[in-house]
Design a protein around this ligand. Sequence first.
Ligand SMILES: CC(C)(COP(=O)(O)OP(=O)(O)OC[C@H]1O[C@@H](n2cnc3c(N)ncnc32)[C@H](O)[C@@H]1OP(=O)(O)O)[C@@H](O)C(=O)NCCC(=O)NCCS
Length: 158
Amino acid sequence: MSTLRCLTRDDLPRLRQFWIEHWGGEDMITRGNIYRPEQLEGFVIEDGVEWIGLLTFFIKDDECEVTSLDSLREGQGIGSKLINKASEEARARNCKRLFLITTNDNLNALGFYQKRGFELVTIYRGAIHESRKIKPSIPLIGMNNIPLRDEIELEINL
Ligand SMILES: CC(C)(COP(=O)(O)OP(=O)(O)OC[C@H]1O[C@@H](n2cnc3c(N)ncnc32)[C@H](O)[C@@H]1OP(=O)(O)O)[C@@H](O)C(=O)NCCC(=O)NCCS
């Protein structure tokens, strides 16, 4: 039995650890912006004490950016539940669009988001090269054995 709840300040150490384990560092970089856990809001899905899904987001003006999304039990609806929840939250807070950055190697995420109504907006060619200067732990070769190069923005209008 899993439960979904909002992240709280007490979760910050665990969030940092989670990002270190899953994203190679405690900061997230998109389009040259550095996001630190303490700046973000989020939702977590727990099975007992275990985190099995995590989404963080950042609202600015009337836009909501999903800054991270992870499912640790894929194919069971966890990612969908989190993205639906973020969408609901962004709409309730009068955001006009929900957007996110993924990378050119992440074919699974590109499919996942497009099947859920997101559309491709922009390809930031070579952006990962710049991000790597800030966060050297970003690998040269990404998922699916694809060179990790570009940031791709996807959005859904709310
Ligand atoms: C992308 C990601 C978040 C998707 O999470 P997920 O929990 O697997 O997502 P879901 O289970 O909701 O959906 C995945 C598939 O499982 C299917 N599914 C969902 N519930 C299911 C169930 N109970 N039984 C069978 N299949 C199911 C969905 O239909 C979906 O298939 P579709 O995309 O063809 O429609 C996950 O793959 C992940 O964490 N990837 C690594 C990190 C990452 O890349 N994050 C995004 C960075 S921008």
